[in-house]
Structures are given as C-alpha cells and as structure tokens.
Design a protein around this ligand. Structure first.
Ligand code: PSV
Ligand code: MN
Length: 404
C-alpha cells in the first residue's frame, strides 16, 4: 500500500505545528491495549445468545485469539482473565501458553455475580458467610495473580438493592469496606487493586459502588495500591468522562479503563464507534497528563453479540490506536497560548484540528516500522485465521462467560 507520500506530507505539516513526529511514533509503538478473554467467546443479551462459528470455547482458544489480535495490531500484548470462567489446574501452563502466543496474562477479574448466593449481593450481602465466600474468592484471585505474574486485580460488583428500604445502604458500605480491606491485605507486592463502578444494573434502586467518587473514596481508605477503574459504559447519559479522567489522573488514582461504546446503557459496543470524539477527549486528557498517566491500564470490556468476534476486537484495538494518535498530535503549545489568552474557540479549534486530521498514513508508517501489517483489517480478511478456527472449533455451545 502506497502511503509514504501521504505520511511525508503529514509529518511535514505536524512538525510545523510544534509536534515531534518521532516522539509521537515512539509513543504509538509503546501503546498497550489489553483484550478480555470473555470477548472471544459466545455472548448475547438477556434475550438470546447467538453462537458464532469459531468462537473461543475455553481459555486456550481465548489465548490463541488474543495472540492473533496482537500479531495483527502489535499493540494488544495481554489478555484479561475472569475466574472461574478461565479457571485451570495449572496456571504455569496458562502463562506458558500465553507466552507461546506472544502475549501475557493481564488483569485477573473475580466473578462475584453469577452464583446463587449472590442474589442479595456479594461483599455487601447481609449474611456474613456469603461475604466470607466472596472474600475467599478474591483472595484466591490474588494467589492466581502471583502465579500468572499479573499486577492487577480488577473488581466489579453487581451489589446493590432494587427497592428503598430493602437493606441499609450505610451498613452495606461498611461491609464493603471491611471486605475490601481484607482483600487488599492479600494483594501481591507491587500489584494494584482496580475498583470499578457502575451506576445501575443489575440493581436498580442503588448500586453500592455507583460512581467514580465512591470508588475513589474507597480507594483512598484502602491505600496507594487501590485505584479507580473507569468503564466508559458505566455512566449516566451526558456524563463528561474526560473530566473524571482528568480529575483522577491529577489525584494519582486513575488505575485503568474498560473501553467500550454506549448509546443508551451498558451497551458494550465497539469502543470509538458511537462517539469517537468522546474517546479522543479521554485520550487528550491522558496525553496532557504525560508521566502522570504512565501506570494507567487500558483494557477492552466488550462482549460482541452479532458482530464477528475477532474483527470486532481488532476494530476496537485499532480505534484506540486512532484516538491516541489524534491526541498525540495536538499542538499543545498553541493550545496553551490560546487558553491563556482566553481564546475560547481558538483553543477548541486546536483540538478539533487534531481530531479531524487523517492519521491513517502515520499509523501505517508506525506499523511498518514495527513490523506488523500496515493494514491489519485487510490482513485479517486475507489470512484465513477466522475461517480456520471456524472449521476447527465449529459452533461452540459455551459462552465466553459473560452472558449479557
Ligand atoms: C458488567 O457490567 C461488566 O461488563 C463489568 O463492566 C465488568 O467489568 C465485566 O462485566 C466483567 O466482570
Ligand atoms: Mn467493565
């Protein structure tokens, strides 16, 4: 594909706009987007799970698929796992298998929502014995982290109530803090606990960790190893996620992302589709924070129901790459000058100019320098992997774990 002339023109224009193109390329080469094991298996809505030919049947297939997405994109070198969906007897074998496929095991996600005893909650449940089971499961996940060399325990709770008066909200808060303190004490050295929030669903009156402020307050109580995880699908309509990101970065408590796109609720659509400008705004804050964003973990959290699984995951990773590239080419010097001069629309135009720039030649150049396909989607359509796994695996009857 002939992109060199376009790349040269773009590089020339960017250098006139105070952008260090070589530094931008280096940052793009170091980008890291983690894909989720549960995104490779069958999934659906509460109405129907559609089986996809070749969908991953177990953790070994999921690792193969994640390795394939990394091979095509060059920027997805790890896979998040979900326990017990990805439970195995030999975690060393899991680690080795991942390494053979060019990737590592990333965040470990406990499952505190699928067992019958969790009907009224897990760590906020009125019964101490249910809470103890939930704590024991998270401690087991801390042990798995050590076995697979993971530095992240990623926590999401379905806990909440459906009706006013169903339970004491403040008592539930105390139960949660007590449980998390016990889990925190079991974190492997140097690892982090990421605390996710979600404003509704499956509970509809209140969710125990409903927004970033509740996750942040909880993390502060626990200690430096606890941080907030922002799932882009977990906010009310109109919430300014970039603002949350900037605030948490400044506080040193932004642990990571679960990327996906939404229009109505927790839609789990492909990140960067519905609202690419919002994703750009988020990346703009991350780039503006510089070193302050160096420990942020970038993960996809999507379950594709009607889309081809592998293509959907590849598009997701590439959309993050595009948003990052656009944020990296913002003319920050001019932006600053216009901000200080009170040039409201002039400052805004600096961002819009970067957002509207066609960064495809830049990304092609980066990929060719990195030794991955310059057009990963074309490579996906040409190389036959999806057809081969469809033949080999057939129509799986299992889900990826996530059911909706
Ligand atoms: C459910 O909303 C959810 O998508 C949460 O975002 C978790 O991160 C994920 O499932 C995996 O447990
Ligand atoms: Mn999530």
């Amino acid at each position: 594909m002939d992109f060199k002339a376009d790349y040269d023109r773009l590089a020339e224009r960017l250098s006139q706009q105070n952008v260090d193109v070589n530094a931008v390329k280096e940052q793009l080469k170091r980008q890291h987007i983690e894909t989720p094991s549960w995104g490779y298996g069958n999934s659906g809505t509460r109405f129907k799970v559609f089986a996809w030919p070749g969908a991953a049947r177990n953790i070994w297939d999921r690792i193969e698929d994640a390795g394939y997405i990394h091979k095509l994109s060059g920027i997805a070198p790890s896979i998040a796992i979900h326990i017990p969906w990805d439970k195995v007897d030999d975690y060393n074998a899991m680690k080795q298998y991942a390494a053979e496929h060019g990737i590592q095991v990333g965040a470990v996600n406990p499952n505190l929502f699928q067992d019958d005893q969790y009907k009224l909650g897990s760590i906020t449940h009125p019964s101490a014995s249910v809470r103890e089971e939930a704590i024991a499961h998270m401690v087991e996940c801390c042990e798995i982290m050590a076995k697979v060399d993971s530095g992240l325990l990623s926590l999401w709770f379905a806990d909440g109530t459906n009706y006013a008066g169903q339970d004491s909200i403040s008592e539930r808060k105390h139960r949660m803090e007590d449980a998390l303190r016990q889990v925190y004490a079991n974190l492997p050295a140097g690892s982090r606990m990421l605390i996710e929030y979600k404003f509704f669903e499956p509970a509809f009156y209140h969710t125990d960790l409903a927004d970033w402020g509740m996750s942040y307050a909880t993390a502060l109580k626990l200690g430096d190893q606890a941080q907030v995880l922002v799932d882009t699908g977990h906010h009310a309509q109109g919430t300014n996620i970039a603002h949350i990101v900037a605030f948490l970065l400044d506080e040193g408590r932004l642990g990571g992302f679960h990327f996906n796109a939404r229009r109505y609720a927790d839609d789990d659509l492909i990140v960067g589709t519905n609202n690419p400008f919002e994703l750009f705004e988020i990346y703009n804050e991350l780039v503006a924070a510089g070193e302050g964003a160096k420990n942020v973990a970038y993960m996809i959290d999507q379950s594709h129901n009607i889309e081809p699984k592998l293509e959907a995951m590849l598009v997701s990773v590439l959309n993050c790459q595009t948003a990052y590239a656009k944020a990296l080419i913002v003319d920050r010097q001019t932006l600053r000058e216009r901000q200080m001069a009170g040039d409201v629309l002039g400052a805004h135009r600096v961002l819009v100019d970067a957002f509207e720039t066609d960064v495809r030649p830049l990304l092609m150049q980066v990929r060719s320098e990195k030794g991955v396909p310059v057009d990963p989607l074309a490579a996906y359509h040409a190389d036959g992997y999806a057809r081969q796994v469809a033949e080999k695996r057939g129509l799986a009857t299992t889900t990826g774990g996530a059911i909706g």
